[in-house]
Design a protein around this ligand. Structure first.
Ligand code: NAD
Length: 321
């Protein structure tokens, strides 16, 4: 799978999310070396052993790790999952102060070991943390991204796929904006195969015979927006879907794929946004984000994007970043 020779991904934080990403990378053979780093020594050592013990059945990826940050040495991509997570009822934004504080100490150490890496934030609120990380590291904007709405987009396509009776890969629709409460679907561009979503004609054999309506699309957006709250209420964390979503981005970087994915970077002028990170469909390759696509939006979608950026800017101002 990997195109970068002897590719190495470092995953920082060996909790529910970090280990789900490591496991997905292992079984998909996404990198030659998968390094896990966490301050919790017994936990990270146990996770590394558990992952290593499946070697017979997982291909040739090497899993290393521990509580010494030197394990990230030479990584092509550093994925950050370390930090506080949402308790039931908490928003992602509630975590901002704590997790910016963690990044201020963590990033200089990681940069000393992996100065040439692309950095990807998964820890929440991932958009705000991307701005903080870019400022702390001084790296070019394109080398510091967040997984953003790649996960939310998967949730959206899965719901639409079930409703329309097609494979998720045949649904073309994106969630953009904040990875959080102000995110929204780009319905003006949404298609099933080549068919605009509101023109979709259910077949006589599909289970659901109704065409999509604006009201139903609004309900689907709400379901996506609230999906994490539902999962956290039931099991205390979300991990499997972010595991494969982050791995999708990891593969785009390590294979220099130029894949279009809705990742988040600090914007300098796209849709009039400056100094705020949020997700827009972007080309992802070995350099990080190669280009943010100029996507046409309806007037209402432009307003939603502006509102999302302003909500994030307010959080940044409160944090002094
Ligand atoms: P967790 O509590 O299970 O794991 C966090 C890990 O970070 C712990 O093992 C802890 O020891 C480690 N850690 C803390 N400070 C550290 C430091 N300075 N250096 C190294 N390791 C450190 O939490 P989780 O469920 O894995 O969630 C992690 C983060 O991912 C949370 O902020 C959560 O909100 C976020 N998340 C993001 C998405 C997304 O789509 N962006 C999805 C799910 C979860």
């Amino acid at each position: 799978m990997a195109v970068i020779e002897n590719s190495k991904v470092a995953i920082v934080g060996a909790g529910s999310v970090g280990t789900a990403i490591a496991y997905a990378c292992l079984i998909r053979r996404s990198a030659r070396t998968i390094a896990l780093y966490d301050v919790n020594k017994p936990k990270v050592e146990a996770e590394v052993l558990d992952l290593q013990h499946g070697a017979l059945y997982t291909g040739s990826s090497q899993v290393i790790g521990g509580a010494d940050p030197a394990v990230v040495e030479g990584a092509h991509l550093v994925v950050i999952t370390a930090g506080a997570k949402q308790d039931p009822g908490q928003t992602r934004i509630d975590l901002a102060g704590t997790n910016v504080g963690i990044l201020e100490k963590l990033l200089p150490v990681l940069m000393a070991h992996a100065p040439n890496a692309v950095y990807m934030l998964v820890t929440n609120p991932c958009d705000v943390l991307t701005v903080a990380a870019q400022q702390i590291t001084g790296l070019p904007e394109e080398r510091v991204m967040a997984s953003g709405t790649v996960l939310d987009t998967s949730r959206l396509r899965q719901l639409l796929a079930v409703r329309a009776g097609v494979a998720p890969h045949s649904v073309h629709a994106d969630i953009v904006g904040e990875h959080g409460d102000t995110e929204f679907a780009l319905w003006s561009q949404a298609r099933i195969g080549p068919v605009p979503i509101l023109d979709w004609q259910p077949s006589a054999t599909s289970g659901d015979q109704r065409p999509f309506t604006h009201a139903e699309l609004d309900q689907i957006t709400d379901a996506v927006r609230n999906a994490a709250y539902r999962v956290i209420e039931g099991k205390g964390a979300t991990n499997y879907a972010i595991g494969v979503s982050a791995t999708r981005i990891i593969e785009a970087v390590l294979t220099d794929e130029n894949a279009v994915l809705p990742v988040s970077i600090v914007h300098r002028g796209h849709h009039g946004i400056d100094g705020v990170a949020l997700s827009l469909p972007s080309i992802v390759n070995a350099n990080g984000v190669g280009r943010v696509l100029g996507v046409r939006m309806s007037a209402q979608e432009e307003r939603h994007l502006y509102d999302s950026a302003e909500a994030l800017r307010k959080v940044q101002q409160d944090l002094g970043i």
